[in-house]
Structures are given as C-alpha cells and as structure tokens.
Design a protein around this ligand. Structure first.
Ligand SMILES: [Zn+2]
Ligand SMILES: [Zn+2]
Length: 125
C-alpha cells in the first residue's frame, strides 16, 4: 500500500474521532488489515513531527488527536481515564519563551493530568 493512502486512512480516523486515539485503537478501526502496528506508529510519529497531531501519554500508552483549526488540549483523569477538552492558553507563553531563546516554534503539546470530581470522591482525595 502506498504511503499516501496509509496517511489518509489514519488521518481520516483521527479527524472523525472525538477523543484521542491510541495506535492500537487506530489499527483496529482501519478498514483493511494491510497495516501493522509499527506502520501505524511510523505514520503517527511523522504526523507528530509535522505538527499535524498532538499526543497525550497515559500509563505508557500515547493517545493522538488532530491539531485542527480549533487547537485545544486535553485534561485526563489518571484514575478513570475520562478526557476533557480544554482551551489552549499557551500560545502567548510559548511566543515569549521562543523569543527569549531565538527558537522557531512549529507546534506545542500539553496535557493536564489529575483526578476528576467523582474519582476524588471515590478515592477520598
Ligand atoms: Zn476519574
Ligand atoms: Zn495549545
């Protein structure tokens, strides 16, 4: 299968999904089975390097999501893994830091981890 077809299939899945997807989730949702997990990872790594997608990592698994027009981040409960979409407030800070270090930023990545309200109650936090 050609690289461009693989890219399109994976990107389409990420565009359609409302929550971040792991490579395993993407692989199992692919319409055909000509790709293996390392192919999916290779494509995801390329998308990430190009700034097309962002990722959040939890319990040694990375979850990927589109860096679309409405750029956003995720807040994840480390107990029940519930994910909340949150607005980005980083651009201003990133610009400031980039200027200070003469760094040219292509994209950034941020995930907030913690406990959701019901897990706080369950765990007596
Ligand atoms: Zn929770
Ligand atoms: Zn952001």
């Amino acid at each position: 299968m050609r690289m461009t077809t693989q890219r399109k299939l994976i990107l389409n899945l990420l565009k359609k999904s409302r929550i971040p997807q792991s490579a395993e989730m993407i692989l199992s949702d692919l319409p055909d089975h000509t790709m293996n997990l390392s192919t999916v990872y290779r494509n995801l790594d390329a998308f990430f390097a190009e700034g097309l997608i962002s990722k959040s990592t939890m319990k040694n698994t990375s979850y990927y999501y589109m860096n679309d027009q409405k750029h956003h981040h995720y807040m994840i409960c480390i107990n029940c893994q519930k994910m909340y979409e949150i607005d980005c407030h980083l651009d201003h800070i990133a610009d400031h830091v980039a200027h200070e270090h003469h760094f040219k930023i292509t994209h950034h990545d941020m995930t907030v981890y913690g406990y959701c309200e019901s897990c706080q109650q369950k765990l007596n936090l």
